[in-house]
Design a protein around this ligand. Structure first.
Ligand code: F6R
Ligand code: ZN
Length: 202
């Protein structure tokens, strides 16, 4: 009898302490969790990112290019923890160059990451420590392993928003100073109606 009571107290304590899980709508990647973080990038904030600066200055700086929602179940910087996020990039172009994320490497260089495409189409541009730059096609269901040291950027080459889910280490950090400020060595631009990778020097 006494043991039964004790067991009940224990299970109540367990229910109270058990954490609430997050929810993902797998149809569109939407996240639901208390304390969800959000950031928004407008064209006017993306200085020096697009090649055609004249085309960039003619566009409305208030245009939203992308939004990121993410969940930090542990404090940022925690070794061994993970974060989960969703990035949504609008369709659009600055001159011939498609809307894209700023792009970064992780501050702790050996920290890898997964990206998974939920909706839309695009290119994941990758650049390794030697400067070699390539891309992977992003389509609904494509899953991308981004090795540590590799800079990464999502480019929306489609007509609708691209939504990409991500999972990365909580101590990875973000370093936006790619190649000493020179940025990626190649860019995705539209040529004859199709996206192509061209050298950033062209
Ligand atoms: C996290 C990660 C993504 C990006 C997001 C926005 O490591 O890769 O969540 O942070 O797609 O891109 P950036 O950070 O380049 O503006
Ligand atoms: Zn990253």
């Amino acid at each position: 009898m006494l043991f039964g009571c004790f067991r009940e107290v224990l299970s109540v304590a367990y229910i109270v302490m058990s954490p609430v899980p997050a929810f993902v709508d797998w149809a569109d990647g939407r996240l639901q969790v208390p304390g969800l973080k959000v950031s928004e990038k407008k064209l006017g904030q993306l200085t020096g990112i697009f090649r055609d600066q004249q085309a960039w200055s003619r566009l409305d700086p208030e245009t939203i290019v992308y939004r990121v929602w993410w969940w930090e179940p542990v404090p940022s910087g925690t070794e061994g923890g993970l974060f989960w996020g969703l990035t949504e990039i609008q369709p659009g172009r600055v001159g011939k160059e498609y809307f894209m994320t700023r792009g970064h490497r992780h501050v702790v260089r050996n920290r890898a990451e997964f990206y998974g495409t939920i909706t839309g189409t695009g290119k994941l541009v990758l650049m390794d420590a030697s400067g070699r730059t390539w891309f992977e096609d992003m389509t609904p269901g494509s899953l991308h392993y981004i090795a540590g040291e590799v800079a990464h950027r999502i480019v929306n080459t489609g007509e609708v928003p691209i939504r990409v889910t991500a999972c990365w280490p909580s101590d990875a950090g973000h370093d936006y100073e790619i190649a000493g400020g020179h940025g990626f060595n190649a860019r995705i631009v539209e040529e004859r109606g199709a996206p192509v990778l061209v050298s950033a020097k062209d």
